[in-house]
Design a protein around this ligand. Structure first.
Ligand SMILES: Cc1cc2nc3c(=O)[nH]c(=O)nc-3n(C[C@H](O)[C@H](O)[C@H](O)COP(=O)(O)OP(=O)(O)OC[C@H]3O[C@@H](n4cnc5c(N)ncnc54)[C@H](O)[C@@H]3O)c2cc1C
Length: 383
């Protein structure tokens, strides 16, 4: 049986980031990926500023469009609010090339990756972990489960799967007229589906259209995607596949570790319950998971208690704030957007968060500061 220090299951953003970090630290690492790359990944492909800040250089060539405008439609009324910004609020990529790039970075750092190998089970004991895959059986000291929302690693450890909503996406070619229409801007429809939104993200000659249902036990998303395309005046695509995938609703206390096992990214339930964004949290938790494996290999402590605490402090705490925002916002999106229009500072702060200049903790702090100006007695106000 071949033996490694660490085996990473899945080479999406979380897995590749972990592999790169481990290989750079000289850890004997194997990545197992069930689907040969490049592979189609169901995702809108919008990178936030937080995601960008975690990427190795070289990603820039993959950005097909930078959006500096967002058009927000609120249904059923249909009023449109356009917000323009001096700097990009979203960097749009295709996931097949993006994930291939990250996987290549992990290989370049020295990680061994076997593609076309599906992991079927992980067992642990005091001597290490055994990973069974469609291609063989491996032994290692620690496993990082970066195998997405339906994580086999989590299930084989008896860990509860994250609460998840659903995204349904279709990618369509754009006519020259639509290319111009979508250039530099993204379109969001709130109100249908009720707890979620429809998106149109142009990427030059093609675009991602989809609906995100950010609720547990989501209804059938197809009528919402049909309705969304119809409102955009686009023909119903007969011959193009529609693809659905779970979106973890982060911010709840999902389990992120077991003895000798760490979960990262979607496998750990780390996606934003307000927007569905998950790439930044996958990159961040993948890197953090690698750091904790490196430490465990030095100390011999494979319980990963500190990892769970740091994920809670750095990521889950932020997603809890996002969850609270989602509860308020999705109650009545049109009213919330109307109110926001009269609070430009709040819009500006929120998009500072999207650009990566603030995180949710800082955003909440800014909101509290602004509101306290109205509520605190004169002597309690800060200069
Ligand atoms: C429709 C939709 C749109 C989205 N749009 C955005 C967006 O615009 N921006 C954003 O930031 N986030 C978006 N997300 C969320 C984002 O896609 C995820 O959060 C992100 O991909 C998580 O990365 P990951 O590495 O944890 O998991 P994944 O990207 O899912 O990667 C997991 C990898 O593990 C492999 N794998 C799975 N099981 C096994 C196994 N048993 N053995 C071996 N390999 C395995 C898979 O093949 C895959 O390559 C969207 C999600 C959906 C569903």
């Amino acid at each position: 049986m071949t033996s490694y220090d660490c085996i990473v299951v899945g080479t999406g953003p979380a897995g590749s980031m972990a592999l790169k970090r481990l290989a750079e630290a000289g850890v004997r690492t194997l990545g197992l990926e069930k689907t040969p790359f490049p592979r189609r990944k169901t995702c809108a492909g919008a990178l936030s500023g937080a995601a960008i800040s975690l990427l190795p250089s070289g990603y820039q060539q993959l950005v097909q469009q930078r959006a500096t405008q967002v058009d927000i439609h609120c249904l059923p009324g249909g009023q449109v609010n356009s917000f323009r910004f001096g700097e990009p609020i979203a960097h749009l990529i295709d996931r097949d090339q993006f994930d291939l790039f990250l996987q290549g970075e992990a290989r370049r750092a020295g990680a061994t990756i076997r593609e076309g190998e599906r992991v079927t089970a992980v067992e642990t004991d005091l001597d290490g972990a055994t990973v069974h895959s469609s291609g063989g059986t491996y032994h290692c000291q620690a496993v990082i489960g970066a195998d997405g929302a339906n994580s086999v690693v989590a299930r084989s450890q008896g860990l509860r799967p994250p609460v998840a909503g659903l995204g349904l996406e279709v990618e369509l070619d754009l006519s020259p007229r639509l290319r111009r229409e979508f250039a530099g801007r993204i379109i969001i429809h709130y109100g249908e589906p009720p707890k979620g939104y429809g998106w149109a993200f142009g990427k030059g000659d093609h675009a991602s259209f989809g609906v995100a249902l950010l609720q547990s036990r989501p209804p059938d998303p197809r009528p919402y995607l049909e309705g969304f395309l119809e409102r955009l005046g686009l023909p119903f695509p007969q011959d193009v596949p529609w693809r659905g995938h779970p979106i973890p609703l982060g911010g709840k206390k999902s389990p992120v570790k077991a003895y000798r096992v760490i979960l990262a990214g979607d496998a750990a339930g780390l996606a934003d319950p307000f927007t569905g964004e998950g790439i930044a949290y996958a990159l961040g938790s993948g890197r953090l998971a690698a750091d904790h494996v490196i430490r465990a290999l030095q100390t011999g402590d494979f319980f990963f208690t500190d990892y769970a605490r740091e994920v809670q402090d750095q990521i889950v705490g932020q997603l809890e704030i996002a969850g609270k925002m989602a509860k308020i916002f999705y109650l009545m999106p049109s009213l919330t957007v109307y109110c926001l229009q009269h609070q430009p500072w709040l819009i500006e702060r929120y998009f500072q968060k999207v650009r990566g200049d603030l995180d949710y903790f800082q955003l909440l702090g800014e909101i509290r500061d602004q509101l306290s100006v109205f509520h605190l007695p004169e002597k309690q106000r800060q200069p």
